[in-house]
Design a binder for this molecule. Structure first.
Ligand SMILES: [Zn+2]
Length: 241
């Protein structure tokens, strides 16, 4: 399954706001990627770049892509036009200053992409967005108050496509449930392989994603107690083949 994009949203740990997922979790994920010769895409929150720049630079040298998950992890659709511009301009500036290059890709926090943000991404030289989640039911369950945003996503074009001049959309597409860490945690490896394989045949690429905190123990998370991070890592290694 060569058309799977292995992506991780790199942010502070859920519940605690610590950096365990970045410092410890990514190291665990990296070991698997090394063994499987996988080079993932990291969508990193801008405020974390300076503190973790040596890690990000090292991974970039290995061929990992270091893309952008907003500057302050705010929902883009909650911001005014000028705040959106400021968020994205700060990202480009911090990438250039700390890492020495501009971010290519963008994933909006909680998939909160909107038309204005897409315009700005194109203007600021981003190459692609990977925020849209066509055919995704889970998103409505997690964020029921965002019905309008969800409807726009659900019916968006599920194949990779040009969404603005110079800007491509690479949607996180799945049939009801997107190919995310929760899916891999819950379902058996054979089913995950079959599902990813099927999505790969139907769509131009399969965009998998996890969060940096998916790779550490989360004591406050019922999901992690039932389907632990260790199980997730073991299964990911098998699915990567
Ligand atoms: Zn996020």
């Amino acid at each position: 399954m060569s058309n799977i994009v292995w992506s991780v949203d790199v942010e502070e740990d859920l519940h605690t706001g610590k950096h365990g997922g970045i410092v410890l979790g990514l190291r665990r994920f990296e070991k698997i990627c090394d063994r499987k010769k996988v080079r993932p895409v990291l969508f990193v929150v801008g405020t974390l770049v300076k503190k973790h720049k040596s890690l990000l630079r090292r991974l970039h040298r290995k061929g990992w892509e270091i893309s952008c998950h907003g500057y302050s992890h705010s929902r883009m659709d909650d911001l005014s036009s000028s705040e959106k511009r400021k968020e994205l301009e700060r990202c480009v500036a911090v990438w250039k200053k700390e890492l020495g290059f501009s971010p290519k890709g963008f994933r909006a926090p909680q998939h909160s992409i909107d038309g204005e943000t897409l315009d700005l991404l194109a203007e600021l030289g981003f190459r692609y967005d990977s925020s849209k989640t066509p055919l995704n039911v889970l998103q409505l369950l997690f964020f029921p108050s965002r019905l309008g945003n969800w409807l726009g996503h659900f019916f968006s074009w599920p194949w990779r496509h040009r969404i603005r001049p110079g800007l491509v959309e690479r949607p996180v597409v799945g049939l009801g449930i997107p190919p995310v860490s929760l899916f891999v945690r819950i379902f058996p490896v054979w089913l995950v392989r079959a599902y990813f394989g099927f999505l790969g045949l139907m769509f131009s690429e399969v965009v998998f994603y996890a969060h940096s905190w998916d790779f550490i123990e989360m004591k406050a998370s019922g999901v992690d107690r039932r389907w632990s991070y260790k199980l997730l890592l073991r299964k990911l290694e098998k699915v990567m083949r």
